[in-house]
Design a protein around this ligand. Structure first.
Ligand code: 13P
Length: 249
């Protein structure tokens, strides 16, 4: 059993209008009643951040942004800074998600700059890594995530307040997941890379698994070695689905 407290994180992606606040309130009430062993966090779209922070005030759910720029402010139309996320009530931020890498051409160098900006503002970055299907088929899954971890955390000193999420690109939204032994192999390699970059502090960084996690497979995935929680997309949108995953941690 890992000494790291599990983190179950729900990435709402570009889903959620005002009515989603009711679902979040339902989730928060259930989490409070059941006091699960895991930390629970929700990452709503930026438009809902401050309303969600307000709606969940005092309840045991953390809130995060889905992306930010590295700079604290500036002429960057349409973007959000780490300090703005904090101002809106966030304590975490997802960085380097594969959808940002694919649709906004984000590089590891940019993700590393965003990580530095998040830490400057006092946010806990959840740094996403993961191989494509082509990379997995070519036997390059481990090498790919090791390279991403080293590059994205190159400027971090000490591992406090950093989370890594392993999300194989081919498992996101597809209903496919790697086998437990495949997850353990990659998570073990990430742990090694973290210790190379951060020294002993790398042993305390939570490593989440993400990609088609649902109630039916959560217990098996969360009990795998070096898995310290889950980053959940589709199954985080409904409180009853998400609770099933939280309860499995
Ligand atoms: P799904 O859980 O919908 O596969 O999404 C995973 C994900 O991308 C979370 O960041």
């Amino acid at each position: 059993m890992s000494p790291i407290r599990p983190l179950i994180a729900g990435n709402w992606k570009m889903h959620g209008l005002e009515s989603a606040l009711d679902e979040a309130r339902l989730l928060a009430a259930t989490v409070e009643a059941r006091s699960p062993s895991a930390r629970v966090a929700i990452f709503p779209p930026a438009t809902l951040l401050s309303r969600l922070a307000h709606a969940l005030e005092g309840l045991p759910i953390e809130i995060g942004g889905q992306d930010c720029r590295p700079e604290p402010s500036g002429a960057f139309t349409g973007d959000v800074s780490p300090e703005m996320l904090v101002d809106a009530g966030a304590s975490l931020v997802i960085l380097g998600h594969s959808e940002r890498r694919a649709y906004h051409h984000e590089s590891d160098v940019l993700v590393a700059a965003k990580v530095a900006g998040a830490l400057r503002a006092g946010l806990e970055p959840v740094v996403c890594v993961g191989e494509s299907l082509e990379e997995r088929r070519a036997g390059l899954a481990v090498a790919t995530v090791e390279r991403q971890v080293r590059a994205c955390l190159a400027d971090v000193s000490g591992g406090q307040g950093v989370v890594v999420a392993y999300e194989p690109v081919w498992a996101i939204g597809s209903g496919l997941t790697p086998s437990v032994s495949e997850i353990e192999a990659v998570h073990g390699a990430i742990r090694g890379a973290l210790q190379t970059v951060l020294g002993a502090a790398g042993g305390a960084v939570p490593i989440l698994y993400g990609g088609s996690v649902k109630g039916a497979n959560a217990a098996e995935i969360l009990s795998a070695e070096h898995v310290d929680g889950a980053l959940v997309g589709g199954a985080s949108l409904k409180a009853s689905d998400f609770i099933a995953i939280i309860q499995a941690a």
